[in-house]
Design a protein around this ligand. Structure first.
Ligand SMILES: Cc1cc2nc3c(=O)[nH]c(=O)nc-3n(C[C@H](O)[C@H](O)[C@H](O)COP(=O)(O)O)c2cc1C
Length: 334
């Protein structure tokens, strides 16, 4: 079903956003296969639509002894920056009703160590590895993308645009269509790798941002990142996290994520990866029915490391029991 996308804001970037049903994006694939970069033939074809959400699966190597990675559609790494980041003060995690608050602050090893030490391991796996990248300035994102371009073991980039732009007073890149488009086109010019842009839900009009990013050259979108939140310790009269605010994830945010994926998937003509509170196959199928081509699983992995495997199997079982031959048959039907 097509929706009214007439309110889409189109910034001054190349081709205008088109309004189409996402279900036509993936064609002629095996039942669970998905293509996350249809404009670059075979560049990012996944055997199934299930992958970890960035930051909840380390660099993949931490889980390689726990679960057979080749049964996932892809591995997505935690955010990687130009130089190593130390992250935020402790405590960094706080459990909430049906959710988790985190203020990790993108602690990571930096792109040089990632290329030298992790990429050779990724290259030996039978699963594509998508590297999530972050930065303080557009130039930092561009430099990270440059250093990952052509590296064996790197199958694609996921650009986290929820970071504060230090050149613009700390406003998140992902909060304005113009800034989101600028960062997308800058990284796009730098690399021939498939490009997923991961959107922030902390905005007033996510469709406008999605359209701007799609027009600026993203191959696919991922949404949503965490919702800003906080928690208070009344006995100690302090915040529960070392930094007052953090990002909320887990089942608590699923309805918000589903709604945003529904709105965006029907208004862009590139694949949308749904993320936010997915912990069962039924959750994943809900996202597919509202238009997602694939799904990411984050917080659920902390309580059940094999959750993604159950989700892959559960999607297949659902298709078998409902006589569905291809995921495309149910994608975007709502
Ligand atoms: C501990 C933690 C670390 C995260 N780190 C990143 C990150 O490095 N880059 C990123 O784009 N998103 C990061 N996220 C956001 C997740 O990838 C995901 O968008 C969010 O948690 C919602 O999915 P979920 O409800 O399945 O966890 C992180 C989330 C958590 C809980």
């Amino acid at each position: 079903m097509l929706q009214d996308c007439s309110t889409i804001h189109k910034p001054g970037v190349a081709s205008p956003a088109t309004c189409c049903n996402n279900s036509e994006v993936v064609k002629a694939l095996h039942p669970l296969e998905v293509d996350l970069a249809p404009a670059r033939p075979s560049a990012l074809r996944l055997r199934n639509p299930v992958m970890p959400a960035s930051g909840t699966f380390g660099y993949g190597v931490e889980y390689s002894q726990l679960i057979p990675l080749e049964r996932l559609g892809a591995v997505v790494t935690k955010g990687i920056t130009l130089v190593p980041w130390e992250g935020n003060p402790q405590p960094r995690l706080w459990e909430t009703a049906s959710g988790l608050l985190n203020s990790i602050g993108l602690e990571n090893i930096g792109v040089e160590e990632a290329v030298a030490d992790r990429a050779p391991v990724w290259a030996s796996w039978q699963v594509p590895v998508i590297v999530n990248i972050a930065g303080h300035t557009i130039d930092e994102y561009v430099q990270v993308a440059e250093k990952l371009d052509g590296v064996a073991g790197v199958a694609g980039l996921e650009v986290n645009i929820s970071c504060p732009n230090v050149a613009q007073g700390g406003i998140e890149f992902g909060t304005s269509p113009e800034m989101a488009a600028r960062i997308t086109s800058s990284v796009r010019r730098t690399t021939s790798l498939p490009l997923i842009v991961k959107l922030s839900p902390n905005v007033t009009d996510i469709v406008a941002i999605a359209a701007a990013v799609a027009s600026a050259g993203a191959d696919s979108l991922c949404l949503i990142n965490t919702l800003r939140g906080t928690a208070v310790d009344v006995e100690n009269r302090t915040f529960r996290l070392g930094r007052a605010a953090g990002g909320l994830s887990g089942p608590a945010i699923k309805p918000v994520a589903l709604h945003m994926v529904h709105k965006v998937a029907h208004c862009v003509d590139i694949p949308v990866i749904g993320c936010g509170g997915i912990s069962t196959a039924q959750d994943a199928i809900e996202f597919i029915m509202v238009g997602a081509a694939a799904v990411q699983v984050g917080t659920a992995t902390f309580t059940e490391p094999r959750a993604m495997l159950s989700i892959v199997e559960g999607i297949q079982d659902f298709m078998d029991s409902h006589g569905i031959l291809k995921l495309a048959e149910i994608r975007g039907i709502l």
